[in-house]
Design a protein. Structure first.
Lengths: 467, 262
């Protein structure tokens, strides 16, 4: 399994060299390879699901942020469906294959092409692709089959160009078509060192039913489904590391309290809340065995940071400040330190401490208000929301290297941007954008590009990316 | 004159009899006419007994405590009219309001030279219906109405939980109102809700709302409101009163609000 990846990375590296030499053709943005993804077709009953398939495949490959997708209008008209559809280019003096038309058209003064039958049709203008994904689907014995290929167009022959040639199976319906598209896209993304987000979920809060409830969806906004039905206020979801559970805060019993639910099937796992006017969910520890949260227990003042077992037992305070300390997030890599928001120096700022409350340090410089810290999977960076440079309450998304405290601003106004949450791939960030009175969930790349709206029904907020 | 007529009648009768006999058969003698009525020699007129032309009670049925009116009229030669049941002698025509405590039959006696005559009128007295069973006195307003009309929100500064001077005045009045409401509703409790404007982060605002509610509760407690009947709930910024993005709206949301406990 390691060999093909190494090969692909090596070939991509060679490609970058080529692009650097011939910037006129390819390089539009930092040497990102261009991939052509023509529309795939389906045999018989499969065709009616191909719109969903093509949309999903393109969206996933685009969303990974590692490719430039060639515009479909630039693609050749003939689209190969299998390797046998490629032909060897005829030498320039010869007439290009015309498909046996009766009329002899006068030859235009353009370089000869195969109309799509030659590999070079895809790598030369106007397509200028470095890679080509192609294939087809067909129903076979009640199963939807995708034959998918990925070609490296820098190679001389189809035989040498194949990076992926694989069968994918699914149910013969739209969900099946999306599934095989996700899987094919995942293989392409993985080949280039990326991590597919297929199979991950974004947990969020939506009021589309008239009450704030916990929901979850696929990373492309599909399959949105409701988890809680409390008809109260249920929000601040936080998934367990394995994605099997979600903890959240609900007012269903009066004062805000923590709940832990299993996700599939949805079931209340009965979290015991210690007596307090506020218990609010924070995050799971990376081993999934404990929850860190914020509570007014003991002091009668919200909140200190606590840790407890998954059923609420064994709770103990970690922080000891008399100010508001909330949003504890355990480092997913080390499990030994926590970032959180605290008002101990005035307006809320992002702090870090060890799991026992020691080694406290403020990460943000004390300007404006900073909150919503979320760990990068590598445990070295955080994304957070900060009003620095903007009006009170006008948050934007920033990332910070926790060791150096160097930060980068990803969003720039255009409403309020908050609650960033890093995807498991470490490349994407989900966040909530509020413009006017409408709050919706978006994803973007961690450099602030490729903004993608995921929700539109009701008010949607508090995205957290999990498994 | 009388005999002449009688004679002619007899002659006529004879003639008819002869004619009839001569023709058919013998006609019987006609039936004698009825005798004239006897002449009554009128005696000297004896005085007539009085007549009770009217003796009524209106209405005939009353509830205890109500009154009925007796009306009477006696005609003829009367020397005295009296009604029993303590009304005594009355004039021959008149009325009188009575309020007997039980059903009573009044007897009117009219006496004249021609004798006495009586009439009666009955007033039926019914007892009033029994009163409803005694219940707890229910206040006419609900506790929600009492809170809404007597207990005001107290407002806070941005990111602050201390009681401002205006909030101090409001909460002092609220304390009196809450004590009264808690007395009127002995089983009720009051929820002290802490709210925030939308600008801070949600979790932080949950802490802020909790501290605002606690600060208000302690202030009220200091003014004698029973603390164990005040329960705090922080809503942070989850339940705003106002959703516009300007300071007047934000101020409305930075508040402590009171509601009836469940």
């Amino acid at each position: 399994m390691k060999k093909p990846i190494w090969f692909a990375v090596a070939s991509a590296g060679a490609l970058f060299v080529l692009m650097a030499q011939d910037a006129r053709i390819i390089v539009t943005k930092g040497g990102i390879p261009a991939i052509a993804i023509p529309d795939f077709h389906g045999a018989g009953d499969a065709q009616k699901f191909m719109a969903a398939f093509n949309e999903t495949l393109s969206a996933d490959v685009k969303a990974c942020g590692r490719f430039k997708i060639v515009a479909k209008t630039s693609l050749p008209t003939f689209v190969p469906q299998q390797p046998a559809d490629f032909q060897q280019p005829t030498p320039p003096p010869a007439a290009p294959p015309t498909g046996g038309r009766k009329k002899q058209q006068p030859q235009p003064v353009v370089p000869p092409t195969g109309g799509g039958r030659w590999m070079q049709d895809w790598s030369s203008p106007p397509a200028q692709a470095n890679f080509l994904a192609f294939g087809y689907t067909a129903p076979q014995n009640g199963v939807l089959v995708l034959q998918g290929w990925l070609y490296d167009l820098s190679k001389d022959t189809p035989a040498n160009a194949q990076l992926i040639g694989k069968r994918y199976l699914a149910t013969v319906d739209e969900a099946g078509a999306r599934k095989i598209a996700h899987e094919f896209a995942a293989d392409i993304i993985t080949l280039f060192g990326g991590q597919s987000l297929f199979g991950t979920h974004i947990y969020f809060t939506s009021d589309r039913t008239g009450h704030k409830e916990i929901w979850m969806m696929d990373p492309d906004g599909k399959n949105q489904r409701q988890i809680t039905r409390f008809n109260s206020i249920s929000t601040y979801p936080t998934p367990s590391p394995d994605g099997s559970k979600v903890a959240f805060t609900s007012w269903v019993k009066g004062q805000p309290a923590i709940f832990v639910f299993s996700v599939d099937p949805v079931r209340d796992l009965r979290y015991y809340n210690q007596a307090a006017s506020v218990n609010q969910a924070g995050s799971f520890t990376p081993d999934g065995k404990q929850i860190v949260y914020a509570s007014s227990a003991g002091t009668g003042r919200c909140c200190r940071i606590f840790a407890a077992n998954l059923d609420g037992t064994g709770f103990r305070p970690i922080s000891s400040s008399s100010t508001i300390e909330v949003e504890p997030k355990v480092n997913p890599k080390t499990g030994t330190d926590i970032v959180f928001s605290s008002g101990r120096s005035g307006p809320q700022q992002v702090y870090r401490m060890s799991m026992d409350g020691a080694d406290l340090e403020r990460l943000t410089p004390g300007i404006g208000e900073a909150s919503n810290a979320s760990w990068h999977p590598d445990g070295q960076r955080i994304a957070f929301a900060w009003t620095q440079g903007y009006a009170t309450g006008a948050f934007n998304i920033f990332t910070m290297n926790v060791a150096t405290k160097e930060y980068v601003q990803l969003t720039h106004g255009d409403g309020k941007n908050e609650n960033p949450s890093w995807a498991p791939d470490g490349v994407h960030i989900a966040f909530a954008k509020t413009r006017g009175r409408s709050s919706q969930i978006y994803t973007m790349l961690a450099d602030g590009t490729q903004l993608q709206p995921l929700t539109s029904l009701g008010q949607n907020e508090r995205p957290v990316w999990g498994r | 004159m009388f005999s002449k007529r009688k004679f002619s009648l007899i002659c006529l009768a004879l003639a008819l009899a002869m004619f009839a006999a001569g023709c058919k058969k013998k006609v019987p003698a006609p039936a004698p006419p009825p005798p004239p009525p006897p002449v009554v020699v009128p005696e000297a007129p004896k005085p007539a007994a009085p007549t009770v032309a009217q003796f009524t009670a209106e209405p005939t049925s009353i509830q205890r405590g109500q009154t009925s009116t007796l009306r009477w009229e006696v005609t003829g030669s009367v020397t005295s009219v009296s009604i029993d049941q303590g009304l005594g002698t009355v004039q021959s025509t008149g009325s009188n309001r009575v309020n007997p405590s039980d059903s009573t039959t009044y007897t009117l006696t009219a006496t004249g030279p021609g004798g006495s005559i009586t009439g009666s009128a009955t007033v039926n007295v019914s007892a009033p219906p029994p009163p409803p069973p005694i219940e707890e006195t229910k206040p006419t307003v609900t506790i929600d109405q009492a809170i809404a009309s007597n207990v005001q929100d107290a407002y806070f500064d941005y990111d602050k939980t201390d009681i401002r001077s205006d909030a101090r005045d409001v909460l002092s009045k609220d304390a009196a109102a809450l004590k009264s409401i808690l007395a009127d509703f002995p089983n009720a409790s009051i929820v002290v809700e802490g709210h925030c404007d939308e600008r801070g982060s949600a979790e932080y605002n949950l802490g802020l709302g909790d501290r605002r509610a606690s600060a208000a509760k302690e202030f009220l407690q200091g003014l004698g409101v029973s603390a164990d009947r005040l329960k705090t709930i922080s809503y942070g910024k989850e339940r705003p009163q106002c959703t516009e993005q300007n300071e007047s709206c934000w101020q409305k949301n930075r508040r402590v609000h009171f509601a009836a406990g469940q």
